[in-house]
Design a protein around this ligand. Sequence first.
Ligand code: NAD
Ligand code: ZN
Ligand code: ZN
Length: 337
Amino acid sequence: MKAALVHQFKQPLEIQQVDKPELTQGAVIVEIAACGVCHTDLHACHGDWPVKPKLPLIPGHEGVGTVVAKADDVKHIEIGDRVGIPWLHSACGHCEHCLKGNENLCPQQLNSGYSVDGGYAQFCKADANYVVKIPEDISFVDAAPLFCAGVTTYKALKVSKAKPGEWVAIVGVGGLGHLAVQYAKAMGLNVVAVDTGDEKMQLAKSLGAEVCIDFKQQDPAQVMQEQLGGVQAVVCTAVSKAAFTTSFNSVKRGGVCVLVGLPPDEMPIPIFDTVLKGISVVGSIVGTRQDLVECLQFAAEGKVKAIIETKPLEHINDIFDDMLNSEINGRIVLTLE
Ligand code: NAD
Ligand code: ZN
Ligand code: ZN
């Protein structure tokens, strides 16, 4: 089968023929129709994070397609089912976090396109218990970005505990952020969008953001404090240390700063302001299978739709260049023929 592989960190991916994955107990084989390109894939290929991915690696954790084979012991998924393979490839199912329904926190989890091969390929093996079915009304291409960008931002907004009518800032209106704006609007929140450039400002406005701030023209935290008295919550998706300072400084007293973006930096948190203003700083990592079901339902009902450009797998290295330069509007989805 055709796949994109990374052999060495920071080297271009190679498109090559490799063996199809083999079926094992509890697994399904999915013929991939489309796979979104997440900034996490770029971090993986660069070896940016303390925990390194396997090498060689087939990246991709927004892979969607049709089940073409299943192990004998798989009863709840049928051949022909339309499914997505999220970042959470599998979890142990019996630790404290799994038992509480927080399988995204399982310390024994495996991750698609990181510790196991992912969706930048014609076929991908998945754990049948962790694939999620795609509602009929959503096309493969539209579904792909929801399997990471969608579920991650939907979950982050839940973690923020912001209520309808309150202000939330989405810092970074990229692949994740442009879906965050839409989920926030669909949840009845008022939205401040922060990014840079006319295209991203217009995109955020068209998706319903009431206030759009270009961080290269204005200090977003100052604008939010002066005009709104600070926001109740921020979801920070930007791959930038500066964006975390902006996020922290934008919340009001008692506000919640949800960290989602993963630049390879440290973030010093001011103790005095955190304590005296009762600010919560909380991390949020993807979402559970139930979060995925819920976030897909928003799309099935037409409340959320990713802005997508499709490109063939062969373009992956150019796509990564554009992503590094923040030149992508919405999400790029790879198509596999
Ligand atoms: P992306 O490249 O599509 O978007 C990032 C956006 O941030 C761009 O639009 C860029 O212009 C903007 N930006 C850069 N500096 C900024 C600043 N100072 N202020 C405001 N905006 C700024 O990336 P993506 O696919 O949306 O992923 C974003 C990050 O989220 C990555 O680090 C990725 O690894 C991480 N991520 C985390 C999770 C999770 O579960 N926590 C899940 C998926 C992705
Ligand atoms: Zn992702
Ligand atoms: Zn577990």
